[in-house]
Design a protein around this ligand. Structure first.
Ligand code: LLP
Length: 417
């Protein structure tokens, strides 16, 4: 559900016409609806009223500073996976004790920064990482809170690139090994075992894989108890899918009820790391038609946003709705919507039936609030797009479009050239 609607034939976010924003800042740009984000946060938090929990927004989905500040104000924490994310989270005002740190390749410097920030816990993904965290805790004179990320080996039935909880994936520690690691961790001087963690994948459209994973984690928790290993947090990761086209993922309340029902007897504080479900349908990418090109085989609509701005179609063959910003009742036609980048994989939609758009008109690429801007790049030396947040009738540019100077600001030419 979102707040992108046509008013007098013009697509608006809240009460702001996208044409107006485009006139002011040019294209392409990402536009986020604060009202939708708020509604999605409430949809997640309301069913958890009375349940001991902390929601940690997965900021890899969208790490805009203004948006993170809003999350902080709503009481959310964050799930981070890099020193850069940690830095931005702290800058946005997320308290250290609401930050969980996941990821298979945490560097020593990143670990130190997170220890110094007093994070809630590291989700440890390997034995060697555990050793390093213990060693850094010793150097910094701290007992470091950790959970072990368990790989439960369940198939999340999603795109292979975004499934993470199968034994062939690089993530987490398998159940057998996790027992050994818990035993080891519980004896380490500078480690405080505070939880258990599991994240099986993204864009899941069924609760069953989540429940299967929980069943396995519960057995593991029972085994650990027999070894006198107890903790307070159960981190269930993120992964709940959204509707891009015709997917029918469970409503957050159904997903949460099903989970809470399964785990409430454990008496643990629940940690959730939703990303996409909070911001995915709260954002769009607005782009302008540069040219139409009709070949004998196809019609290409060439727009000013490419795979560097939104890589999901190229990388996962992902579907994003394409809406004309001005609804003029044009006839439908089947086209490829492509970007300016020199790759055949540079497309936003393929063989798509859309209302005819002509040169200079604007197009909205829907459901682009998650993994849109955060995955953007400077490929083809293209500047990254701007980001705008709308709150009903007001809006603000929260990220300026990059300038050409930005493209080379870190580069230099040595004397021997
Ligand atoms: N927690 C962990 C440890 C994760 O790795 C992820 C996502 C999340 C939480 C949040 O998952 P979500 O609720 O957003 O599904 N770039 C891909 C998605 C990659 C997801 C990576 N991990 C895409 O555009 O579909």
């Amino acid at each position: 559900m979102h707040d992108f609607t046509y008013q007098k034939g013009i697509l608006c976010c809240g009460d702001v016409a996208l044409t107006k924003i485009a006139e002011e800042i040019g294209t392409p740009f990402y536009c986020y609806s604060l009202a939708t984000i708020k509604r999605h946060i409430d949809a997640f938090e309301d069913p958890l009223k009375g349940v001991d929990h902390q929601t940690c927004f997965s900021m890899k989905a969208n790490s805009n500073l203004a948006l993170l500040r809003y999350m902080a104000k709503q009481g959310l924490g964050v799930d981070v996976v890099s020193g850069g994310e940690l830095y931005k989270a702290l800058k946005a005002g997320i308290p250290g004790n609401k930050i969980v740190y996941s990821g298979v390749g945490k560097t020593m410097q990143e670990i130190d920064s997170a220890i110094n920030a007093g994070i809630m816990m590291f989700n440890v993904e390997s034995e060697e990482e555990l050793d390093v965290i213990n060693a850094r805790g010793s150097v910094l004179g701290k007992k470091v809170p950790i959970s072990i990320r368990v790989n439960p080996d369940v198939d999340p039935m999603t795109h292979p690139y975004i499934s993470t909880g199968m034994k062939k994936n690089k993530f987490g520690i398998d159940i057998e090994t996790a027992i050994k690691q818990y035993l080891k961790a519980s004896k380490m001087r500078n480690i405080d075992v505070v939880g258990i963690d599991c994240h099986i994948g993204s864009q899941l459209t069924d609760v069953k894989p989540f429940i299967d994973a929980i069943e396995r984690i519960k057995l593991l928790i029972a085994t650990l108890k027999t070894h006198d290993i107890h903790f307070k947090y159960l981190d269930l990761g993120g992964g709940l899918g959204i509707t891009y086209l015709d997917e029918e993922p469970p409503h957050p309340k159904d997903y949460l009820h099903a989970i809470v029902e399964k785990v409430k007897e454990l008496g643990l504080k629940l940690i959730f790391e939703p990303g996409r479900v909070i911001v995915g349908n709260a954002g769009i990418l607005v782009t302008k038609v540069l040219y139409r090109k009709e070949t004998r085989h196809k019609t290409f609509v060439i727009v000013d946003a490419g795979m560097n701005d939104l890589i999901r179609p190229s990388l996962y063959n992902a579907y994003h709705g394409i809406w004309p910003v001005e609804d003029q009742g044009e006839a439908l036609e089947i086209v490829d919507i492509v970007g300016p980048i020199c790759e055949s994989g540079d497309f936003l939609a393929k063989d798509r039936e859309v209302a005819k758009v002509t040169q200079g008109k604007l197009i909205a690429v829907m459901s682009a609030g998650a993994y849109g801007f955060t995955m953007s790049s400077n490929y083809n030396s293209r500047t990254k797009p701007a980001e705008v947040i709308v709150d009903q009738s007001q809006y603000a540019i929260v990220t300026k479009r990059q300038s050409y100077d930005d493209l080379s600001s870190l580069e230099s030419v040595p004397e021997f050239i």
